[in-house]
Design a protein around this ligand. Structure first.
Ligand code: RNT
Ligand code: ZN
Length: 418
């Protein structure tokens, strides 16, 4: 049987449960995943006065071939995007500005430094998302930024964040789809604080400044990302979950949940439904924690599938903004993007191919036997035949065939970067 025939056979199995598989594939094609550019160069960026990665996050490994210039990074993204089915978005950080070798302070970044990115995205029909870079900088060297006791430092980062929102607005205007501008700061303390309130009060005031000016949501949406701890900030994080959920709710922002930013037994899948009841839209950074916020490439594990199910069965594909956030420097970086993004899409497909209405009914009837039985049986339904066909009709390699393309690219392009 060829791919199409296998698809037809698999489809009829799903149709017996009332699942319209062709419609599922149409809906899946509309889903945009925001692909983080920073996997391509280990979160370094292109500033003229390049800084080491800081802020309690780290990349480990020295796999050869990382992107050193904007051109290389875009070429690498092009390669990865050619292996991922669908039309997506690319997520940038302020450190990816192109300033022609000129040192530009972060509080002076302007849309023009991103015009090459916009041109590139426009030519490909991609959306862009954005992030102020509030780490890897001398003014963040003591681990405090927007909550810093020193007003000058806070003001610097406030100006940077405001400038970043304007860049987001510019992306949205130029590309005809809203940009998500997400703010994350590393602020925290290594050891037990003697004042937990003060820094949070200062952060609140800084954020009020940053979000004072309203921007048309047609162009830019703002989110705030919480965290539980980072390296060097083990005891206390200023921007905790409760801090940002409350701030976002009161100020009309989106909360952003990074799957690596909670206690090890806490899962984001269980949080999505609660957030959807109180927010119009919520944003995700899908990552994979391993013992701590380790930012591993996402695999198709139970939690990823559970997250996808929560998005799909709550009819929230247009309310949950899905972004990826991992950085592994120990493997081929294009493979990292490809594996992670394909897994995210696979998880969504898996969720869309479940008899979700039926399963809800069973729960309400108290029929937990059948609920569990069906959920388990669907794990071994022939989703792979649907997935392979989806890849084929979207002109991306089927199964592991993408790997040989990555290997060729590594040989012809990456290995020449010394
Ligand atoms: C850090 C946050 C943040 C960063 C990126 C680079 O813990 O997850 O989102 O990973 O902004
Ligand atoms: Zn994140």
């Amino acid at each position: 049987m060829n791919i199409k025939e296998k698809y037809e056979a698999a489809k009829s199995e799903y149709e017996r449960w009332g699942i319209d598989v062709d419609k599922v594939l149409e809906d899946l094609k509309k889903v945009k995943v925001s692909i983080h550019c920073w996997q391509g160069d280990d979160v370094i960026g292109f500033e003229a006065n390049q800084q080491e990665l800081s802020g309690g996050i780290a990349t480990t490994g020295n796999y050869p071939g990382k992107a050193r210039t904007p051109e290389e990074l875009r070429a690498d993204l092009d390669k990865a995007l050619s292996l991922i089915p669908g039309k997506h978005k690319v997520n940038l950080h302020a450190i990816y500005a192109e300033t022609n070798g000129e040192v530009v302070e972060r509080d002076e970044i302007k849309p023009e430094y991103f015009k090459n990115w916009v041109k590139w995205a426009k030519e490909r029909g991609l959306g862009l998302d954005f992030n102020p870079t509030i780490f890897s900088h001398p003014k963040a060297s003591d681990g405090l930024t927007l909550s810093h006791p020193d007003k000058e430092i806070r003001d610097f980062w406030i100006r940077h964040s405001i400038a970043s929102r304007k860049i987001g607005e510019y992306f949205g205007r130029e590309l005809g789809q809203p940009c998500l501008t997400n703010l994350w700061i590393p602020d925290g303390y290594k050891d037990i604080p003697s004042d937990r309130l003060g820094p949070r009060k200062r952060l609140k005031e800084s954020l009020e400044e940053i979000y004072k000016e309203k921007i048309d949501p047609k162009y830019n949406l703002d989110s705030v990302e919480s965290k539980v701890f980072g390296i060097g900030a083990e005891a206390y994080t200023v921007g905790s979950s409760e801090f940002y959920i409350n701030f976002a709710a009161r100020n009309g922002l989106l909360p952003l949940m990074d799957t690596g930013h909670y206690h090890p037994t806490e899962v984001v899948s269980d949080k999505i439904s609660s957030m959807l009841l109180f927010f119009d839209k919520v944003a995700l950074h899908v990552s994979r924690p391993v013992r701590w916020d380790s930012d591993h490439v996402i695999v198709l594990d139970d939690e990823l599938k559970e997250i996808a199910k929560e998005i799909v069965r709550n009819d929230a594909l247009d309310r949950v903004i899905i972004g990826l956030d991992f950085f592994d420097a120990s493997i081929n970086r294009i493979a990292a993007w490809t594996i992670g993004a394909r897994n995210m899409i696979k998880a969504l497909l898996f969720a869309m191919l479940m008899p979700n209405e039926k399963l809800k009914e069973l729960q309400d009837e108290g029929n937990f036997t059948e609920r569990l039985a069906l959920m388990e049986e669907f794990k071994t339904y022939p989703m792979c035949d649907i997935w392979n066909y989806y890849c084929e009709i979207n002109n991306v390699p089927v199964k592991e065939n993408w790997l040989s393309e990555v290997k060729t690219y590594e040989k012809e392009v990456l290995s020449k970067r010394k």
